[in-house]
Design a protein around this ligand. Structure first.
Ligand SMILES: N[C@@H](CCC[C@H](N)C(=O)O)C(=O)O
Length: 279
């Protein structure tokens, strides 16, 4: 017997989509419930496991499963595109299927495995009205009264998209938190800086609400593709390069489809003593 094996505790799976990394916990199994404090402690990259988001699987009577998303700061989000694709990939592997329906706070989402192994999720229609995004007051979501005149789009979570000439020149870790907490966003916001390249692809960098700079953001890529299309800069289907790699986004009649790779990194068990010390 491995003498380092924990006796019992909370099991989890570590996954990532383009370096946007996740701890996946199956709350249908016995074990401690996820709370804001547990999410925050688990998200600590030094004292916990570390993640951008924690995806909590729960039972659903409307779909194959339900997912709830926790940010590293212990707050909940209505959507997480990359975690949805990652969990879909793992569950499809386990069930031997190529399609899955996943209930989220933003609705029931369809996930599919493509022939090349990439996973697609239909994130549903974007929210374009100021109250649904939500914004604090009635302003034009495509021309916000903020520096740089960014656009706001909801994908089950709020996004503030800035079109810039050089996305790599932006001091994301300085500007990101200021916009995340701007009073125009009553639920705070994710913050995107996007550059439209000569070949029609997009270069995107994201400051995530509740997580900071991440290597990729699925809902951010969807919101950005919607915004650049509405602004007349791109067709409805576009390739987006983030720091962690590429996502294909396609805004169709039935919703915004997002396609990209996923990776299963490892499975683990939290030591009971760690859980007790954290409580
Ligand atoms: N990484 C995500 C978005 C996660 C949630 C976000 N930080 C929020 O609070 O809305 C994605 O892939 O969509």
């Amino acid at each position: 017997m491995n003498s380092f094996a924990p006796l019992s505790g909370l099991t989890f799976t570590k996954m990532h989509g383009l370096g946007n990394d996740f701890v996946v916990v199956d709350a249908r199994l016995p074990g401690p419930r996820v709370t804001p404090a547990l999410a925050q402690s688990l998200g600590d990259r030094n004292r916990g496991v570390g993640f951008d988001q924690l995806a909590e699987i729960r039972a659903s009577d409307r779909a194959d499963l339900r997912l709830d998303f926790w940010n590293a700061d212990g707050t909940l989000s209505g959507a997480c595109g990359n975690a949805t694709r990652c969990v879909a990939a793992r569950v499809m592997d386990q069930k031997g299927t190529d399609s899955l329906r996943i209930e989220t706070a933003a609705g029931v989402l369809q996930a599919l495995r493509r022939d090349d192994g990439r996973i697609s999720v239909n994130m549903g229609p974007p929210q374009r009205g100021w109250a649904e995004i939500p914004l604090a007051r009635d302003v034009d979501p495509l021309a916000l009264p903020l520096a740089g005149v960014p656009a706001a789009i909801g994908m089950g979570n709020p996004h503030c998209i800035h079109v810039v000439s050089d996305a790599d020149a932006i001091a994301l870790d300085e500007i990101g938190p200021l916009i995340e907490h701007d009073p125009l966003f009553p639920q705070r916001t994710n913050v995107e800086f996007v550059q439209v390249r000569a070949d029609g692809s997009l270069r995107l960098r994201v400051w995530e609400r509740g997580a900071g700079v991440t290597l990729a953001c699925g809902s951010g890529a969807c919101a950005t593709a919607v915004a650049t299309h509405l602004l007349g800069l791109t067709p409805p289907a576009v390739e987006i390069e983030m720091d962690g790699g590429w996502l294909s986004i396609d805004w169709r009649d039935d919703g915004v489809w997002m396609t990209g790779p996923t990776a299963h990194v490892f499975d683990g068990t939290l030591a009971p003593a760690w859980i007790e010390a954290m409580a």
